[in-house]
Design a protein around this ligand. Structure first.
Ligand code: NAD
Length: 360
């Protein structure tokens, strides 16, 4: 059966980087004669401008019926004054919630040629290659009860951090399986020294490790992980964490590699349906200038091939082409140390040439 792919470019550079990604996708469809059905819809601010909503019912239905959603980025100052429900970012939350995308996979890696872009010293950051698996639909961001009580003295605000066994098991399963395909090391991160929910999390993950005897499991407190990510990031292979700690740790990890335009992400549900997007936003400051780096979006396509489209071989080929692209010295403006750089529209043709060369 044909695989269905929905492309949602969004706003700002979202449109520029998805256009580059689509060129690479189309090349592979032609080369491999893939039975893929592609659709494209507006989302975020551009959807609000045309349909009065950041995410229409029709787009949501199409997303639910897709195997993979390739999402650019949404937002921009022109929509900042809108009410909460109309804001472009609501499209992201709506998609995550409706599709049950509970597992957020955020690789953080460094091409050694780009080590000088990292805020860390070369010998600490070289060869960085870690994967953060963050639980995305539970924990304190969604726990009930929650609220602000302002009719008592003193007034207070409160939230609930809660994880049930099933939620922990399904995210831990994703992490253990990812570790099996990598260096077989998994670090589970929480605050078991002060939070009951974390103590429970640690117990469930430990119990599950019996099913993955080849994976070396360790546990770490979140504050220590934040520090260790900066002191010695190469000690990690896969990190699994709840929503709150995962949010913070994945941003630290993304910063380490020094270039936000390089890092992809995947958000998956239990039927391997996934939404794939770069870690960056719509970058209104450079939108329309043709200087956005589309590699994070192209690397997100590689993740889609791996996790939703059952073509790990094509995922590896795209990753290898990106590696070659960097080692040949090609640089977009964000990576360039001189005033010579490649424009966005030149990147996909160059990646495609490498894909052709490496295929022969
Ligand atoms: P941003 O990631 O858009 O930009 C941060 C900085 O990184 C900017 O200087 C930008 O020019 C640069 N940058 C980002 N991606 C780049 C790329 N591919 N190539 C070269 N340079 C790149 O973050 P921001 O400025 O905080 O947010 C801008 C808008 O994006 C806001 O409206 C925000 O809400 C939205 N946003 C959307 C998402 C999403 O759609 N997933 C994520 C984050 C932010």
């Amino acid at each position: 059966m044909a695989k269905k792919i929905l492309i949602l470019p969004g706003d700002g550079i979202g449109q520029e980087v998805t256009s580059s990604m689509s060129e690479v996708l189309q090349y592979l469809i032609d080369e491999q004669n893939l039975d893929f059905q592609l659709s494209e819809r507006k989302v975020g601010g551009s959807s609000f401008d045309e349909f009065g909503k950041p995410l229409t019912e029709e787009t949501l239905d199409m997303a639910k019926n897709s195997d993979a959603i390739l999402f650019g980025a949404v937002g921009g100052p022109e929509w900042d004054g809108l009410g909460w429900d109309d804001r472009p970012e609501q499209a992201l939350l709506g998609l995550r919630k409706s599709l049950g995308l509970f597992a957020n996979l955020r690789p953080a890696f460094l091409f050694n040629e780009l080590a000088s872009a990292s805020p860390l010293k070369n010998h600490i950051i070289e060869n960085l290659d870690i994967l953060i698996v963050r639980e995305l639909t539970g924990g304190v961001y969604f726990g009930e009860p929650r609220g602000i009580v302002d009719n008592e003295t003193p007034k207070y605000g409160f939230n609930t951090m809660i994880y049930n066994e099933d939620e922990i098991r399904r995210i831990a399963k994703v992490a253990f399986e990812a570790a099996m395909n990598r260096d077989k090391k998994l670090c589970s991160v929480e605050k078991a020294n002060v939070l009951e929910v974390s103590k429970f999390w640690r117990g469930v993950v430990t119990e599950m490790s019996a099913e993955y005897p080849e994976v070396e499991l360790s546990h770490q407190l979140a504050d220590n992980t934040a520090m260790q990510l900066v002191l010695n990031p190469n000690q990690y292979d896969v990190i699994v964490s709840g929503n709150l700690f995962g949010d913070i740790l994945s941003d630290i990890a993304a910063t380490l590699s020094g270039s936000i335009g390089m890092l992809p992400s995947a958000s998956l549900n239990s039927s391997s349906q996934g939404m794939y997007e770069p870690c960056h936003g719509s970058a209104p400051d450079i939108a329309g200038l043709g200087i956005a780096n589309p590699i994070a979006m192209i690397a997100s396509l590689a993740m889609a091939f791996e996790y939703s489209l059952e073509r790990v071989d094509l995922a590896r080929r795209i990753e290898s082409a990106i590696k070659t692209f960097i080692s040949k010295g090609y640089r977009t403006k964000d990576l360039s140390t001189s005033n010579k750089f490649m424009k966005t529209e030149e990147v996909a043709p160059s990646i495609i040439r490498i894909l052709q060369d490496e295929h022969e």
